[in-house]
Design a protein around this ligand. Structure first.
Ligand code: PAF
Length: 267
């Protein structure tokens, strides 16, 4: 990886867990607009999974991923083995405070601690100057920015807008678990977000707008809504009323056994 420095361009890192779809490839393209020196990491990180089942069932498609990256002429794919990342005797952990208390952090204890651990390791291993993350995982992006600030990583962290299918559904590695019927019902999620965000901007009470959005999603076929909250875009603190501050409306919901997340800017 040291040789990447020889052309005097910055090094950009796109961390992924593989099973690459167009959402990941948009991160790669965003990186390629800045530099030729793009490293894509592919590592299904055991430290960020709460349940062993999820870890075992996570899609692993390295040969196909490598083909997609080769087509984009990515110079370095970093796909380490678990024992390279966490060799016997590995005994360091990291913990983020505050930002992980609500939203996904509330139902996935320890998840973001595992994320920042691997991301910090990848930052060190790749010597990156810039790193690209999807805005779909908005809480993750905010937490990684905080970790990079707190630990003095000299890395520019950039968020890339969510890529959606023709019905507005955010692309996600989990979408492959959806049946055709679930896939079409799932478009109720981005629609509910858009409608609630528009109503809040028009001055409707936040709780009412969110209650209606939740009802619409359940009526469309979602089994349960983990959360739908309007939060301050920087602190992720829940907002009870909206006074024009930059905010984000975030949702996590189950359709069948598949948990989908998404978010939208409210500004
Ligand atoms: O967003 C992901 O795919 C993962 O959480 C990340 C950032 C690659 C860390 O494992």
């Amino acid at each position: 990886m040291g040789s990447l420095r020889s052309n005097n361009q910055p090094i950009a890192l796109v961390p992924t867990m593989g099973a690459l779809h167009d959402g990941h490839l948009s991160l790669v393209r965003a990186a390629q607009k800045v530099t030729q020196n793009v490293i894509v990491s592919i590592f299904v990180n055991p430290a960020q999974f709460n349940q062993n089942d999820d870890l075992q069932n996570y899609p692993r498609t390295l040969p196909e991923d490598a083909e997609k990256l080769k087509a984009l002429e990515i110079p370095v794919i970093w796909a380490p083995s678990p024992s390279t990342i966490y060799p016997d005797g590995f005994s360091t952990s990291m913990a983020i405070k505050g930002l992980d208390q609500n939203l996904c952090g509330a139902t996935r204890p320890g998840h973001f601690n595992g994320v920042i651990l691997i991301v910090a390791k990848l930052f060190n291993q790749t010597d990156a100057d810039i790193a690209f993350f999807g805005e779909k995982d908005y809480q993750q992006l905010a937490i990684i920015k905080q970790m990079a600030r707190d630990l003095d990583f000299n890395i520019d962290i950039r968020g890339v807008p969510t890529v959606r299918n023709k019905d507005g559904l955010a692309l996600s590695s989990r979408n492959i678990h959806l049946s055709d019927e679930q896939l079409s019902a799932a478009s109720a999620l981005p629609l509910a977000l858009q409608m609630a965000a528009a109503s809040i901007k028009e001055g409707e009470n936040i709780d009412k707008a969110i209650a209606r959005a939740r009802e619409n999603m359940i009526a469309a076929g979602f089994n349960s809504i983990d959360y739908m909250d309007l939060v301050d875009a920087k602190t992720l603190e829940k907002l009870k009323q909206w006074d024009g501050v930059e905010a984000r409306l975030l949702v996590a919901a189950f359709i069948g056994n598949t948990r989908l997340i998404d978010n939208i800017k409210v500004k």
